[in-house]
Structures are given as structure tokens and as C-alpha cells.
Ligand binder design. Structure first.
Ligand SMILES: Nc1ncnc2c1ncn2[C@@H]1O[C@H](COP(=O)(O)OP(=O)(O)OP(=O)(O)O)[C@@H](O)[C@H]1O
Ligand SMILES: [Mg+2]
Length: 395
């Protein structure tokens, strides 16, 4: 009785096998990612697989190679496996990132943040550039347009959002029907036709005991804020990120893969490098950078002379480098710091100041072009409010 010699696999069978290889960094199989443009099988069972890497010198090449070889070799009709390597074009690479983002979205665990909410993380590569000031002022400016805006203070080591918004009360948790544990109620500040809902570890611990918390615990705190806070309807959620990159950013990317990033930088060209690092980290956790905000830009004294105290051009240079728009340049202005100290953001405390005007203009750009609200209810409510305001203004 002769042994049955298995025939070569079909191209489709090989594709099936290759599609069990998952890009270790992106967490999605390489066929879905479009990394396998060509598969050929000869009559003798010789298989050739072309693999396009996102970048030529990809460090994962060895791992992907071993995986593809061993998975394809599983088919008894395969006599050899040859790999040919290619490199993606910029367009192909961006398509891969889009696919990875969608796939991550499907895998993301449940949070209390509603599906129609835009999530914007405000980050920078270094501390003290004004992330928290930008976060609270944008939140207030967005709320003033009639939206409900959540603020999550993820700067768990150096939370400052409670102070910037003049809030100090502890957060309460209340029992919610259908939930096995009580949900934390955010603080709520009404702003015009909208409102801001705020949570921070600052509402859970005293400022000086926070430092005793360990990193892991703190990263868990952010997770808890996403899962155990009764956010309710939200149009936007702004996340004040801790300085630098790391655990919190990765955690956010995993829990809320739809998060978009806003990078804050100072006008100094050197600060740019650090912010570029934050942007690079964002790319690796598949977060899209939707814009750059330059803070502490040139300051104009009352005589109209402008002083570029912290240098010039950093915002635009960074924006060009990472291919994201420069959303605005917030001037260095005592009113911003004063508003922070008084617990009343400059957008509310000194609406006529140039900094407040710039924050409002950035908020409008976010709403109109960069990240328009997903939730149509919020949108039509805003339209109705505008109609009502127009009618009120009519003689
Ligand atoms: N445009 C501005 N004009 C004047 N002062 C500003 C401006 N932006 C921020 N500041 C002040 O600079 C200081 C740092 O700002 P902020 O706390 O917002 O930065 P941060 O990036 O969140 O810092 P950290 O890394 O410590 O979290 C604060 O005292 C704030 O009031
Ligand atoms: Mg801060």
C-alpha cells in the first residue's frame, strides 16, 4: 500500500495559516493588516509569501518570519517556505494604523464612557507646559458651546484639576440599579448651556498622601475612573495626562482606543523634541494626534509690544514634524495663572483676555473640524439653543 502524498495547499489555505500570525505590536493578524500582498504556491508545494513591514528595519521581522514559517509548514503538502520582504508606503502604513485602531476598538473592554463621546487626551513630553491649564480651559470653552464635557484628571501623581476648578469635596459613590457596585458620581459645574463633569484622584486622597501611592495602584485608579464613574451622557471627555509617557497612556489606549491626542508644547524649539516623544508614543499605542497647542506663546504688554519670552516657532515646528495641525497659540498671560490660582479658569474669569479668546477659538476648531461631536442629540440641542438665542436677540 503506497503512502498518500499530500497535494500542495491552495493559496487560500496558505492565507488562512498566515492569518493566524498576529503582529505582536499591533495585536492584529498580518493578513487583516494588509501586510501580505502576495502568496504563491508551486506544484511541488513550494510556498512564497511576500510580507510588507510597516518600516524596513522593523525589529519584529525575525519574530514574524519564524511565525509565518512555522505556521505555513504545518500544512503537509508544503515542501518549503520562502519569505520575501517589502516595505510599506506612507499611505499603506496609515491604512494599517487605521485597521489596528478599529480592531483595538472591537477588543476594548467596557467602560462607563458613552460610545458617542469624543475622548481627547491632553499630553506633552515634559511637565509644566500647561497641560492642566489647557485641559480645564478647553473643557469650559467646550461646555460654554452647550456640550457636556467630562474632565478626567489622569495626572495621578500631581493632580491639579481640583485646584484649577476650585473644587475640593470628596467624591461620593451611589448605588445604581442593575449594577453590582455603586458608581462614583463626578462633580458637576454648570457652564452656560453646558456643563463640566470632573473626577480626579485629588477628590479621593489628600494631596500629600497621593505621593505614597504606588504606580500600579495609580494606573488602576485611572481604569477605575473609566469604569466606575457614572459619567452619564458626555459629548467630550478631556483627559489631563501625567507628564511623560508610560503606563497611563498605554492603559488609556487599551481601555479607550478611540482616544485622540492633543500635544501641548511651549514655543521653545527645544521643548519640541520632548513633545515629539509623546507624539511618537501615541503612534505606538495607535492613538491619533489630532493637533498641537502651543502654550505660553508671545506675551503682549499693555503698550502692544510683543515679547517671545519662551522662544518662537516650537508649536508650528512640532505640528509640521508630526503632521498634525497647530490648533492655536495661547499667549503667556498673567490672567491664565491668576485664573488657575483662583480656581476659576481664565475662560470664565477673564473672558475678554486674549488667552480666553484663543481657548474659545481652539474649542470651536475642535467642534467644527477636528473632532466634531459624535452625539447628534448634543448637536441638535446646540442648534436649538442657537435658534433660541437668535430669537431672544431679535427685537
Ligand atoms: N498661558 C499661560 N500664561 C501664564 N501662565 C500659564 C499659562 N499656562 C500655564 N500657566 C501657568 O504655568 C504653570 C504650569 O501650568 P500647568 O499646571 O497647567 O502645567 P502642566 O503641564 O499641567 O504641569 P504638570 O506637568 O506639573 O502637570 C501654572 O502655574 C499655570 O498657571
Ligand atoms: Mg498638570
Amino acid at each position: 500500500m503506497g503512502r498518500v502524498i499530500p497535494g500542495p495547499p491552495t493559496v487560500e489555505e496558505v492565507r488562512q495559516l498566515v492569518s493566524s500570525v498576529v503582529d505582536p505590536e499591533l495585536g492584529v493578524d498580518i493578513v487583516t493588516l494588509g501586510m501580505v500582498p502576495r502568496i504563491e504556491v508551486s506544484d511541488l508545494g513550494r510556498v512564497t509569501v511576500e510580507i510588507k513591514l510597516t518600516i524596513g528595519g522593523c525589529p519584529l521581522r525575525g519574530q514574524i518570519s519564524r511565525e509565518v514559517q512555522s505556521r505555513v509548514a504545518v500544512h503537509p503538502g508544503v515542501t518549503s517556505v520562502d519569505l520575501e520582504w517589502g516595505e510599506m508606503t506612507a499611505e499603506e502604513r496609515s491604512a494599517v494604523m487605521t485597521t489596528a485602531r478599529w480592531a483595538a476598538r472591537d477588543r476594548a473592554p467596557e467602560t462607563e464612557v458613552p460610545a458617542g463621546c469624543r475622548v481627547l487626551a491632553v499630553a506633552s513630553g515634559k511637565g509644566g507646559v500647561g497641560k492642566s491649564s489647557v485641559t480645564v480651559n478647553l473643557a469650559v470653552a467646550l461646555a460654554a458651546e452647550g456640550f457636556t464635557v467630562g474632565v478626567l484628571d489622569a495626572d495621578i501623581w500631581g493632580f491639579s484639576v481640583p485646584r484649577l476648578l476650585g473644587l475640593s469635596d470628596r467624591l461620593e459613590a451611589t448605588a445604581v440599579e442593575g449594577r453590582d457596585k455603586p458608581l462614583i458620581q463626578p462633580h458637576e459645574i454648570p457652564v452656560g448651556r453646558g456643563r463640566v463633569r470632573v473626577v480626579s484622584t485629588g477628590f479621593l486622597v489628600e494631596e500629600d498622601t497621593a505621593l505614597m501611592w504606588r504606580g500600579l495602584m495609580l494606573a488602576k485608579a485611572v481604569e477605575q475612573f473609566l469604569r466606575d464613574v457614572q459619567w452619564g451622557e458626555l459629548d467630550y471627555l478631556l483627559v489631563d495626562m501625567p507628564p511623560g509617557t508610560g503606563d497611563v497612556q498605554m492603559g488609556l489606549a487599551r481601555l479607550l482606543p478611540r482616544t485622540d491626542l492633543i500635544v501641548v508644547t511651549t514655543p521653545a524649539l527645544a521643548a519640541q523634541k520632548v513633545a515629539a516623544r509623546a507624539a511618537d508614543m501615541a503612534r505606538r499605542s495607535f492613538l491619533r494626534v489630532v493637533g498641537v497647542i502651543e502654550n505660553m506663546s508671545s506675551f503682549s504688554c499693555e503698550h502692544g509690544t510683543s515679547y517671545a519670552l519662551f522662544g518662537e516657532g516650537g508649536g508650528q515646528a512640532l505640528a509640521d514634524e508630526i503632521g498634525a495641525p497647530l490648533l492655536g497659540r495661547v499667549p503667556l498671560e498673567p490672567a491664565v495663572a491668576r485664573g488657575g490660582d483662583a480656581g476659576r479658569p481664565v475662560v470664565l474669569a477673564d473672558p475678554a483676555s486674549p488667552a480666553a479668546a484663543e481657548f474659545r477659538s481652539i474649542a470651536r476648531r475642535l467642534i467644527d473640524e477636528v473632532v466634531p461631536p459624535v452625539n447628534m442629540a448634543g448637536c441638535s440641542a446646540r442648534l436649538l439653543a442657537q435658534v433660541a438665542a437668535a430669537l431672544d436677540a431679535a427685537p
